[in-house]
Write a protein of this length. Sequence first.
Length: 136
Amino acid sequence: MIQRNTIQCEMVYEAVNALKCHATADEVYDYVYKENSTISRGTVYRNLNRLSGTGRIRKIEIPGSADRFDQRCDEHYHIKCDKCGRVFDVDMDAIPDPYRKIRNKHGFKFSGCSIVFSGICPECQKESKKEIQKED
């Protein structure tokens, strides 16, 4: 089945590119809704999944958190701030061919992997220092 490239799909794609923040589906919806108040949340969600399925954007699945959508489709890693929940790119080379390095004793055929580190972002570290200074 051939999928058409709709105006709504392009609006969603442009929103992910404009936001450049590893946006959640709700953040993408809010951005698109400002331009087109007739678009539904379901349309945005469907088009995000469609775009990630075709490789035009990257879906980042984060355990215990909402999925994020990234305009960068190259192989790279992410870090999620434990305090504010924002997601950032990690500046490091991707592990070359990680599947060859993993022994698969359970018979899986690999379809992909996602590495998401966790920590506290610089902005939240500054906020924590300010809070401590106020207490002193």
